[in-house]
Design a protein around this ligand. Structure first.
Ligand SMILES: [Zn+2]
Length: 314
């Protein structure tokens, strides 16, 4: 029942992001523009003339240097792949396993989404602070290494959750792609892993009032990304929104994958990427995020587990 380990398909697209839409040169120009007009002040403390001052850089590093298992409290995550579990433990799915085979997909996070970690990530994603890419990439790289270390030997495909065309056009760059491409260029991806972008949006160019307006998730997606939506809303917003790109179809059977995203909230976005990959027979072993939001208040049990995982995985 174990998946055979297969050779990995070629990494997709041009360096700098195959998410499509904005030519690399235009992205660079826009980034340069942001660097010119933005007043530089530390995203952590407001100190002038630096995006992340030395003390805040140290605080950021302290908050992201010990990757931890973050799936507790993310109620929309898919289940762990039973075949991947079998490979890992050498036992049939569920045998001798406290979760009875019904465990959520393992997710490794570099840090908790809050404080200087959240501020750096937001400034990087939404305010053009691409000069924060290095510390953010270092955090993500550490989480990738930790996640990779927990997987069986053999090749592993790192699959970023796709950026929406709208977000790409608005920002002029793909934040997650920028971090991952940087790690790849510097040779800082885990050994035996490769970066590829087999998953895309089903309607990458959707616009408000477009011909897809009758599709329920589209109506929700028009209002923006996942921000501000509850667990149910997030699930409905993304369900069925992604698919494996045509050139990767028939080439992912049995390929071990780790899905990568920036922030874990309910897990609905990761779940949709995992669904698309598994529909093509990929063996999705887990996910990696830069930061995970703590579970919402009222789920004390889940939160104590969250804290325990954080300590345990250190
Ligand atoms: Zn500072």
């Amino acid at each position: 029942m174990a998946h055979p380990v297969r050779a990995l398909p070629d990494a997709g697209g041009a360096p700098g992001g195959s998410s499509g839409g904005v030519p690399a040169a235009a992205g660079r120009a826009l980034r340069g523009f942001w660097a010119l007009i933005l007043p530089t002040s530390c995203v952590g403390c407001g100190r002038q003339d630096t995006s992340l001052c030395r003390p805040c850089r140290r605080a950021f590093r302290r908050a992201t240097v010990r990757p931890f298992r973050a799936e507790a409290g993310a109620g929309s995550l898919p289940l762990r792949d039973p075949a991947a579990l079998e490979t890992r433990t050498g036992a049939p799915p569920g045998a001798g396993d406290a979760g009875g085979g019904f465990e959520p997909l393992p997710v490794v996070a570099a840090g908790i989404y809050g404080g200087v970690v959240a501020r750096a990530l937001l400034a990087f994603k939404n305010a053009g602070h691409t000069d924060l890419a290095r510390p953010l990439a270092a955090a993500l790289g550490g989480a990738l290494l930790a996640a990779r270390a927990g997987l069986p030997a053999g090749p592993c495909l790192l699959v970023p959750v796709p950026t929406r065309g709208r977000s790409l056009r608005r920002r002029g760059y793909d934040p997650l792609g920028l971090l991952l491409d940087g790690l790849r260029r510097r040779g800082e991806l885990p050994a035996g892993s490769r970066l590829a972008r087999p998953v895309g949006h089903r309607h990458p160019g959707m616009r408000a009032g477009g011909r897809s307006a009758g599709i329920p998730w589209f109506a929700a997606a028009r209002r923006g990304g996942q921000k501000g939506l509850g667990r149910r809303g997030r699930q409905e917003n993304v369900a069925g929104s992604m698919r494996v790109r045509r050139r990767y179809r028939g080439r992912l059977q049995g390929v071990q994958c780790l899905v990568v995203d920036d922030v874990l909230t309910t897990g609905a976005t990761l779940a949709e990427a995992v669904r698309a990959l598994r529909a093509e027979g990929a063996a999705v072993a887990g996910a990696v995020v830069l930061a995970a939001t703590p579970p919402p208040s009222g789920t004390e049990l889940a939160y104590s587990e969250f804290r325990r995982n954080r300590r345990g995985e250190g």
